[in-house]
Ligand binder design. Sequence first.
Ligand SMILES: Cc1cc2nc3c(=O)[nH]c(=O)nc-3n(C[C@H](O)[C@H](O)[C@H](O)COP(=O)(O)OP(=O)(O)OC[C@H]3O[C@@H](n4cnc5c(N)ncnc54)[C@H](O)[C@@H]3O)c2cc1C
Ligand code: FES
Length: 272
Amino acid sequence: MAKNIYIGEILKNEGIRENYFLMKVKLPESFDDPKPGQFVMIRIAGLSEPFLGRPISIYSFRRSKSSAEIELLYRIVGKGTQILAGLIAGSQLEIHGPLGGAYAVFPEKENIVFIAGGIGVAPLSLLAQYLCKSVCIEPSRMSFYLGAQTAKEIVGLEKLSSLCYNMQICTDDGSKGRKLFVTQAFAEDIKKYDPVNTAVYACGPKGMLKALAGIIGKSEFHCQVSLEERMACGTGACMGCAVAIKDKSGDVAYRRICSDGPVFNLEEVIWE
Ligand SMILES: Cc1cc2nc3c(=O)[nH]c(=O)nc-3n(C[C@H](O)[C@H](O)[C@H](O)COP(=O)(O)OP(=O)(O)OC[C@H]3O[C@@H](n4cnc5c(N)ncnc54)[C@H](O)[C@@H]3O)c2cc1C
Ligand code: FES
């Protein structure tokens, strides 16, 4: 089997909300420790349809003496995720990863701000866990803005509440937390954060990230975003996931989300 491709065994695959699932997968000891922001490509072992793997962020990771365990938080949107949701404990998956680059961390920054829309909470949760446990950032320095369309789509809150003291919940319809977009909640609080001393991390729908780009503009906030695009190979070979960015000289260049990303500096992304 090619490098980085493993057969994993599903230990748990539970519906946590309508259309949202949490899956725990046991992998061989040789699975590398994932860095926050990385993802895996998943295929169902022995099944040729869907043919292409589906990228899912690593939500949490644990290593024991003889195996590794990853958790994946996912939303059913189409055929692949629908099939995943129907799998029971004991089923096997082909897991390729960890893939992609990680969020850069800045322990010296006074404030860490996370902005997540919907399922974008998954990679940011792993980052918050990493900053808390491996970099020893106190929860009082971490603020998490978590937004979704309705209360039903707010997931992952329990894990985050113990990691970040300042949890700001927003829903579009006001069914949980404040009734406004998560980016607006951050915009209302922006004066609380010294731009030079704050690292901002975001993941969510393109519209949310574009709105954030408008709010942060040319300020001195350092902001990294994790982008999502449909993927084919997942390893940089097909250019199927290319996005336009501004390179260092300001010219338009194309980067692959799977291998050059999925994490990019907000200022380099072209949102049109
Ligand atoms: C790096 C990365 C990390 C991701 N992490 C997670 C995660 O942790 N949890 C999670 O639930 N999802 C995550 N996704 C999105 C997930 O990969 C897609 O939802 C999944 O591939 C859809 O497969 P499907 O067969 O169910 O849907 P399909 O039948 O392939 O598509 C159904 C619908 O969803 C749209 N769609 C499919 N993929 C994407 C995408 N990447 N972005 C926007 N729209 C899309 C299609 O255009 C179509 O309208 C991630 C994507 C990327 C690129
Ligand atoms: S999915 Fe093939 S290059 Fe990214």
